[in-house]
Design a protein around this ligand. Structure first.
Ligand SMILES: NC(=O)c1ccc[n+]([C@@H]2O[C@H](COP(=O)([O-])OP(=O)(O)OC[C@H]3O[C@@H](n4cnc5c(N)ncnc54)[C@H](O)[C@@H]3O)[C@@H](O)[C@H]2O)c1
Ligand SMILES: O=P(O)(O)OC[C@H](O)CO
Length: 314
C-alpha cells in the first residue's frame, strides 16, 4: 500500500520523513516554496530524504493510504472542496482538535465527507521534531475496523515509530484534542508563577474533565489512560516544546505570543464549552481556557474562577 500525506506543516513533514525510511512517500503542501531548499522552516535542522516527493498538486496524490495532517479548524474546508478525490481510500486523521463549526472531531468530519473511506486516527504523545530526528516514539492508531487497524498499524510503524492499535476511534481522538486545552491551562499556571503543585492539580483535574466528556461522547473509559489520552496529556503539560503549553505560558505571564502559530487547544476549548453545555457536563478548566483565549476572562480572575467553586468529593 502506498502512502501520502496532506499538510506539509511540522507534523506532516515529520511523519513523511519517518515513513520515507520504509519506501516512497508523497507529501502535499499548500505553500512549498521551501521544497527545493532541502529543509522545511517549520521543521528546522531536519534534512528531507530523497524517497520523499513534495508537491502542491493534489492530482499527484494517488496513494491508497492518505494521512491528513492539517489543523482541525481547516480540515472541514479542505474536505468540502476535495471529498470526491479522497473518498474510498484509507484516510488517517492526524489532527488534534474539535471543529468549532460542527462540534465534531476529525474522524466524524472525514467519515461524513467521504462515506466510502476507511477512517482512522493517528494520535499520541509525539513532537514533530522528535519523530523527524528518529527519536523513539509510541503512538495510537485507531480504526473501527479491526482488520484495517492492523494493516494500517503495520504500514505506518517504522523502526522508531511504534504504533499501538485500538478500535476506539472516539476515545483516541478525544484524548488528543482535549489534552491541548489542559496544556494551555498548565502553561498558564506556570506562567503566572503558581508553581508545580498547581500544575499537577491542573493535570489531574484536567484528566477528570477529559474522561467525563469523552465517555459522555461514547469513548471507552479504558482508552483515556492510554497513550492518546494520559500519555499525551503528560507530555504536553510538561514540555516547552508544546505550542499549547507555550501559549498558556504567554497568557499566564502576560507576554505576547507569535500570531499564526497552530494552537489547537484555543478553538477546541470553545467547542468543548458548547458541547459540555449541551450535555450538561461540568468542564471548569476547559471553560476557563475558552474564556482566557477569547479575552472574556483575565488571568487575574483565573484563580478565583477555579478556587471559588463549591467544595466537592474527588
Ligand atoms: N507539531 C507537532 O508536534 C504535532 C504532533 C502531533 C500532532 N500534531 C497535529 O497535527 C496537526 C497539524 O499541526 P502542525 O504541527 O503540522 O501545524 P503547522 O502549523 O506546523 O502546519 C500547519 C500546516 O497547515 C497548512 N494549512 C493551513 N491552512 C490550510 C488550508 N486551508 N489548506 C491547506 N493547508 C493549510 C499550513 O500551510 C501548514 O503547512 C494539528 O492538529 C496538530 O495538533 C502536531
Ligand atoms: O505543540 P503542540 O502543543 O501542538 O503539541 C504537539 C503534540 O500534540 C504533542 O503530542
Amino acid at each position: 500500500m502506498s502512502v501520502a500525506i496532506i499538510g506539509a506543516g511540522a507534523f506532516g513533514t515529520a511523519l513523511a520523513v519517518s515513513l520515507a525510511s520504509k519506501g516512497p512517500v508523497t507529501l502535499w503542501g499548500r505553500d512549498i516554496e521551501w521544497a527545493g531548499l532541502g529543509e522545511n522552516p517549520r521543521l528546522p535542522g531536519v534534512a528531507l530524504p530523497s524517497a520523499l516527493r513534495i508537491t502542491d498538486r493534489l492530482e499527484e496524490i494517488e496513494a491508497e493510504t492518505v494521512l491528513l495532517a492539517l489543523p482541525a479548524q481547516v480540515l472541514g474546508g479542505f474536505l468540502a472542496e476535495h471529498d470526491k478525490r479522497f473518498d474510498g481510500r484509507n484516510l488517517v486523521s492526524c489532527a488534534k482538535g474539535i471543529d468549532l463549526a460542527t462540534l465534531t472531531g476529525p474522524a466524524t468530519m472525514i467519515g461524513t465527507a467521504c462515506p466510502q473511506a476507511t477512517v482512522a486516527v493517528l494520535t499520541g504523545p509525539s513532537f514533530a521534531a522528535d519523530i523527524a530526528r528518529g527519536l523513539p516514539t509510541a503512538l495510537t492508531l485507531a480504526c473501527a475496523d479491526a482488520g484495517a487497524a492492523e494493516a494500517l498499524q503495520r504500514q505506518l510503524s517504522t523502526a522508531t515509530l511504534r504504533l499501538y492499535r485500538t478500535t476506539d476511534v472516539i476515545g483516541a481522538e478525544l484524548g488528543g484534542a482535549l489534552k491541548n486545552i489542559i496544556a494551555i491551562a498548565a502553561g498558564a499556571a506556570i506562567g503566572a508563577g503558581y508553581g508545580d503543585s498547581a500544575r499537577a492539580s491542573v493535570i489531574t483535574r484536567g484528566f477528570a474533565e477529559m474522561l467525563r466528556l469523552a465517555t459522555a461522547l461514547g469513548a471507552r473509559p479504558e482508552t483515556l489512560p492510554g497513550l492518546s489520552g494520559l500519555g499525551d496529556l503528560v507530555l504536553t503539560c510538561t514540555s516547552e516544546q508544546s505550542r499549547n503549553f507555550r501559549y498558556g505560558l504567554a497568557l499566564g505571564s502576560h507576554q505576547p505570543f507569535a500570531a499564526g502559530t497552530t494552537v489547537e487547544g484555543a478553538a477546541t476549548a470553545r467547542a468543548v464549552t458548547a458541547l459540555a453545555e449541551r450535555l450538561g457536563i461540568e468542564m471548569p478548566i476547559s471553560n476557563l481556557v475558552a474564556g482566557l483565549a477569547q479575552g472574556r476572562i483575565g488571568m487575574e480572575h483565573a484563580l478565583d474562577f477555579l478556587l471559588n467553586r463549591p467544595l466537592k468529593e474527588e
